[in-house]
Write a protein that binds this ligand. Structure first.
Ligand code: MSP
Length: 518
């Protein structure tokens, strides 16, 4: 029996097409899901759409559509983008799904019957785009602390979730579980937030219609975050298929951007605790992508990028590589077409593409593409061999802490070292001397096997590129067990013809082409 690994992305607002920053969350989750599958887990990777709320209702109205029609269209667009960026999700969920709505109503009723949700009155300041209430002191310069837009005074009857009841429990939990929220700087932020005291959370609205109705009080719509967060359990069998639910719950990992960590690490664990359910094992909060000037991407600033548009000009794996290698966990990263092009040229064309092309071409030139396993290893081969044999541990060490960019860099270290090995061993010189034939076979084998070993791991990050490399290597040895002994390229196999993996991009020309169409 394989161990299970249930990983989620946030569900995406259906109010518009996701921009590149949104797609990053999904690509990051995809890399983690693929890595876990590669390392032997039974993975469920869930993503989807957050389709209710006032913003969606308004957008639909602006376009003269009914909200359902509107979200149906957006969800197709989102699925299309996820397909383009090669997302290997297992479940794509939508909160307008009748099953989800039914379970959310049951959850609301359950919490109400238990006394953890109660009816009260809300008087405060409301931010419509964020669908959140704030107190005067929470505002920043009189504006919404989350999005910076205007708030307005409202007063309404509403239902509340008793956060205060669970405040102490949550604080203790976070203190006792150091890696519940990663990275640790974000965990500390959340602790500080809790220490200021948690007001009970308003979990219903009456100002609009597009949402799940409170089952026993239909004037009220269930707060969109309660509706959204519960997707992690409503599609995992909760109150429906207990066996399935037990198998995959608690989820192993929620991946979220820093802006929505509070919802995932404070409100959501409290909802689960109130439902007497175990809470998610880990929450990973990533920073943001901003433009090279450090500005947030937005339509109005004209600096917004979309993965589908970019993919018409750049390889999808070049986009994935840039995003995954650029952003760590500690600070925001920059993104622009120019930066993606530069990174593609330096790492993907020069280091990886060049290495694979040179190696396969030499194997064809010197040995008709036939692989010969080495009979004798020299001292000068050892560094490359040991580096390759150690790669599994190094990648695992980085991936254990979700240091994705560092894991990628370990993989590329093998490609870089292999290029250096070519320069050191000068196969073209060996080829001139018939007595060096055995040695040349060994050098080529070592290169091919180093490439293969690194590419086993590359599958998790750049799946299309990895497929292309394996095709050229003509090998089926792609699983994690094949990287132990540096002997995964089988004797006598004939390599396929070399194919260019990444063309060097002419930056000026490409930027002009992109500018004309974006
Ligand atoms: N619908 C909520 C989530 C509900 S989960 C129960 C939501 N949706 S979103 O579409 O606005 O955001 C989806 C993801 O995109 C979030 O993880 C968010 O942090 C991320 N990002 C939005 N802009 C981003 C960047 N500029 N850079 C990186 N990630 C960004 O929030």
């Amino acid at each position: 029996m394989k161990p299970t690994f249930y990983v989620t992305t946030p569900i995406f607002y259906a109010s518009g097409k996701p921009q590149l920053g949104n797609s990053y969350t999904t690509i990051l989750a995809d890399a983690i899901a693929r890595y876990k599958r590669l390392t032997g887990y039974d993975v469920v990777f869930q993503t989807g759409m957050d389709e209710h709320g006032q913003k969606v209702e308004q957008k639909a109205e602006e376009q003269g559509k009914n909200p359902q029609q509107f979200v149906d269209e957006i969800s197709l667009e989102v699925k299309n983008i996820f397909e383009i960026v090669n997302t290997s999700y297992d479940r794509f969920i939508r909160t307008t799904n009748p099953h989800h709505k039914e379970i959310v109503r049951k959850i609301f009723k359950k919490l109400y019957d238990k006394g953890d949700i109660y009816k009260g009155k809300y008087e405060g300041l409301y931010c419509t785009p964020c669908e959140s209430f704030f107190t005067e002191s929470q505002l920043v310069d009189g504006k919404c602390p989350d999005c910076g837009r205007e708030v307005h005074k409202t007063s309404e009857e509403a239902y509340f979730l008793k956060l205060s009841k669970y405040e102490e429990w949550l604080k203790q939990y976070i203190l006792e579980h150091e890696d519940f929220i990663i990275p640790i700087s974000r965990r500390n932020e959340m602790l500080r937030f809790i220490e200021q005291g948690l007001d009970d959370l308003c979990v219903s609205r009456t100002s609009f219609d597009w949402g799940i109705k409170v089952p026993f009080d239909e004037k009220h719509v269930i707060y969109v975050w309660l509706d959204a967060l519960t997707n992690y359990i409503t599609f995992a069998g909760y109150l429906e298929n207990e066996e399935e639910f037990k198998k995959f719950w608690p989820a192993n990992l929620h991946i979220v951007g820093k802006d929505i960590l509070r919802f995932h690490s404070i409100y959501w664990p409290i909802m689960l605790k109130a439902l007497d359910l175990p809470i998610t094992k880990q929450i990973l909060a990533h920073p943001f992508f901003v433009d090279p000037k450090g500005e947030k991407m937005s339509k109005s600033k004209g600096n917004i990028l979309y993965a589908d548009d970019l993919s018409k000009h750049l390889e999808v794996d070049a986009i994935r590589y840039y995003l995954l290698s650029e952003l760590g966990l500690s600070h925001d990263g920059n993104v622009s077409p120019e930066l993606i092009i530069d990174r593609t040229n330096t790492d993907l064309a020069n280091v990886l593409g060049n290495l694979v092309n040179r190696t396969i071409t030499m194997a064809h030139k010197y040995f008709d593409g036939i692989i010969y396993t080495p009979t004798k290893i020299n001292e000068e081969d050892e560094e490359l061999i040991n580096l390759s044999k150690n790669l599994k541990n190094k990648v695992e060490e980085k991936m254990f802490e979700y240091k994705i960019s560092e894991a990628l860099s370990e993989i590329f270290e093998i490609y870089r070292r292999s290029n250096k090995y070519i320069d050191e061993q000068t196969p073209w010189v060996l080829a001139k001397d018939p007595e060096q034939e055995e040695r040349l076979k060994t050098v080529i084998y070592n290169l091919l096997e180093a490439i293969r070993t690194a590419t086993v791991f590359l599958q998790a990050f750049l799946p299309e590129t990895a497929d292309k490399i394996f095709k050229q290597l003509n090998t089926q040895n792609r699983d994690i067990d094949s990287v132990e002994n540096f002997d995964g390229m089988d004797d006598g196999i004939k390599l396929n013809e070399p194919e260019v993996l990444f063309q060097r991009i002419d930056k000026e020309q490409k930027l002009k082409e992109i500018e004309e169409t974006l």
